[in-house]
Structures are given as structure tokens and as C-alpha cells.
Write a protein that binds this ligand. Structure first.
Ligand code: DAH
Length: 360
């Protein structure tokens, strides 16, 4: 290529490299390729050349023009990326900033009640195992709370529950305050297609009141329904959960055969502890923690599931009980007394939500 074209290209490239924003780059484009730009001038001047020179020179100027167009485009893309980076940096918001000095701390900031905290922990731990959260009403029908769970009308299990009955609607059956979270098993199977994997943390009610019983308390139910679910799944899930929740990797866990109307076989689950010191994980004694079992075929059938196709396991445990054990809380009554001294001691900061890193 002719020397003058090489020099011109070098000049334009230097101008492009020096252009630090899109506006400066556009000025370079106009100076080269605009109506009275340098390259445009050269193209216009071709007409004055003798025909034999015109072809060769014309080809060279067109090559130069193409090169400059591509270089301009590259530089434009680069400058646009710079501009975007600069904007992102300028508009950046650090959501991880610590609380502002003017935000309330201490008791005025509020705190997470230990029961709510345990529910957060249950949701996080079972969430990591693929469980969703299901809910149901506190006021239940007799069918959901008892009959659908294979607890017949005159069965002693009904008396065990110290049920609060409500005034029945005209001509209707007595509604009850749910005595356990198990009716949500029924509601879930009636409304969701299996496979199902849910936990149900919630309030439950029984007419009972002493140091370890409150008329209103909390349970968490678990339900897993699938085609090939067996007792190995039940045991693995509950062992993993108990060890993570109590933060003891080798926590002894024992499955003891038992009876519940809605499971067959049924098992109570115990963890190892010391009766003398109250310490969990060692000491050779056993402490009952929860009830569980394989969902009874009649319960599946009551929910329209064919027991020859679908199987599953269920479990239920008291949230107060596992919270008391986890934090060494000796008495259940202060949970509901709103005593600020107690809350300051046992509640957690709303600014430190539970994460799986807190588990074992
Ligand atoms: N509903 C039972 C109770 O309140 C606890 C329970 C036991 C729930 C076994 C279950 C289970 O899902 O399988 O005493």
C-alpha cells in the first residue's frame, strides 16, 4: 500500500486509541469517513487520476476504508463495555453492609423467638433434603384430624388427645382444634400429586397444662410418598436430621417399635443421652424424641392413593421438646410468658438467620 495511505491509517488508529469515550470516537469517524473526511476525500479524488492508476489506487483506498470501519466498530464495543463497567461501579449497592449505627440494637431491635428459630432450622435442614413446607388450618374437621388417619370413632386414641371441641355449626359435626399436625398429611395427599416430600411445622392444641405441657404447643410433621419408599429412607432421613439438628455427628439413634393408628409398622425414635447430666450424645440412656412409621395403607386409600402403587413414611415431633433439649431450657411455660429477661437469654438476633453452616 502506498506510503501516504499507511501514514493516514497510522494517524487514524492513533486517534481511535486516544478516543476515551463514544463521543470522541465519533469525532474520529467523522474526520475519516464523514462527508469531508480524509478517506472520503481520497475516494473523491480518484476521478482526477488517469484510468490505469485509478483502479489500483481505488482498491487500496477501499481496503483502507474497510479496515478503518472494522477498527472503529471494535473500539466502539470496547468503549461501550468500559462505559457499562463504570456505570455498574458507580451504581453499585453493597447489600452486605453491617447494620447502620442508627438501627436499633438490643431489646428494641426485637428478636427471633426460640420456637420460630427452631422452625427456621427445620425448614432449612429438611429443605436441603428436598422437603417443601405444607400448612393446614388450626380448626380442623373430625375427619381430617381423626377418621382419615385411621382413628375410628370410639377408639381410645381419641381420648388420649385431650381434644378441644368447638361448638358445631347447625346440624354439623363438632370442629376441633387440631390435636396434631398429622391432618395436614391428609390435606397434602388430597391436593398434591405424589411424589410428595413435605414438612408441616405448626400450632397444635390439647387440654393439658404443666411444666412440660401447654394447651397450645407446636409440632412438625413429615410426609414422604413415592413408588419405592421404604423403611431405609425413613431411618436415613431421621438419623441425618437428628444428627444435624443437635449438632452431634455420631449421635446414637434408636428405632423402637410402637403403635400409631396411621402407620404400620410404627416406631418411636430415641436419641442417646445421659439421664444424670442431661448431656446429649453419650451416657448410655435413651430419650424419646419422635414418632414415625410407614404410612398405613388405609390412610393412603382414604386419600385416593392406591397402596399397591404408592408407599411412604411419616413422622411427627414436638417443637418445644427439641428446642428445650437443644438449648438446655428446663421449663416449657416461659416460652409463652413474654418475659424479656428470658427472651434476651434464649432468643436470637433477627440479623443472624439460620443457615446450613450452623448445622453439624
Ligand atoms: N401425630 C402423633 C402425635 O401427635 C405423632 C406422630 C407419630 C406423627 C407417628 C406421625 C407418625 O406422622 O408417623 O402423637
Amino acid at each position: 500500500m502506498a506510503d501516504d495511505l499507511d501514514m493516514l491509517r497510522a494517524d487514524i488508529e492513533a486517534a481511535m486509541a486516544g478516543a476515551e469515550d463514544l463521543r470522541a470516537l465519533d469525532a474520529v469517524r467523522v474526520a475519516a469517513l464523514g462527508k469531508s473526511g480524509q478517506v472520503t476525500g481520497l475516494l473523491k479524488g480518484l476521478g482526477a487520476l488517469p484510468p490505469e492508476e485509478r483502479r489500483a489506487r481505488g482498491a487500496e483506498v477501499n481496503v483502507l476504508k474497510g479496515e478503518i470501519e472494522r477498527a472503529l466498530e471494535n473500539r466502539r464495543v470496547t468503549l461501550e463495555a468500559f462505559a457499562l463497567d463504570a456505570r455498574l461501579a458507580a451504581e453499585r449497592m453493597d447489600v452486605s453492609l453491617p447494620p447502620r449505627p442508627f438501627a436499633p440494637t438490643g431489646p428494641e431491635a426485637g428478636s427471633i423467638h426460640p420456637i420460630s428459630r427452631t422452625m427456621e432450622e427445620l425448614i432449612a435442614l429438611f429443605g436441603a433434603m428436598g422437603f417443601a413446607v405444607a400448612e393446614g388450618p388450626d380448626i380442623e374437621g373430625d375427619w381430617h384430624n381423626f377418621s382419615a388417619l385411621n382413628i375410628p370413632e370410639h377408639h381410645p386414641a381419641r381420648q388420649d388427645h385431650d381434644t378441644f371441641y368447638l361448638t358445631p355449626p347447625e346440624g354439623g359435626r363438632r370442629p376441633v382444634l387440631r390435636t396434631h399436625t398429622s391432618p395436614v398429611q391428609i390435606r397434602t395427599m388430597l391436593t398434591q400429586e405424589p411424589p410428595i416430600r413435605v414438612i408441616v411445622p405448626g400450632r397444635t392444641w390439647r387440654a393439658d397444662h404443666d411444666a412440660t405441657h401447654s394447651p397450645m404447643f407446636h409440632q412438625v410433621e413429615g410426609l414422604v410418598i413415592g413408588r419405592d419408599i421404604h423403611m431405609g429412607h425413613l431411618k436415613g432421613t431421621l438419623i441425618d436430621f437428628l444428627r444435624a439438628f443437635f449438632g452431634i455427628a455420631d449421635l446414637p439413634v434408636r428405632f423402637r417399635s410402637s403403635y400409631f393408628p396411621f402407620t404400620e409398622p410404627s416406631m418411636e425414635v430415641d436419641i442417646g443421652w445421659s439421664r444424670k447430666t442431661g448431656e446429649l450424645g453419650q451416657g448410655g440412656d435413651w430419650l424419646e424424641i419422635l414418632g414415625s412409621g410407614m404410612v398405613h395403607p388405609k390412610v393412603l386409600a382414604n386419600c385416593g392413593l392406591d397402596p399397591r402403587v404408592w408407599q411412604g413414611f411419616a413422622f411427627g415431633m414436638g417443637i418445644e421438646r427439641i428446642t428445650m433439649l437443644n438449648h438446655g431450657i428446663p421449663d416449657l411455660r416461659p416460652f409463652y410468658e413474654a418475659d424479656l429477661r428470658w427472651l434476651r437469654h434464649y432468643a436470637t438476633s433477627p440479623l443472624s438467620p439460620f443457615t446450613l453452616h450452623d448445622a453439624a
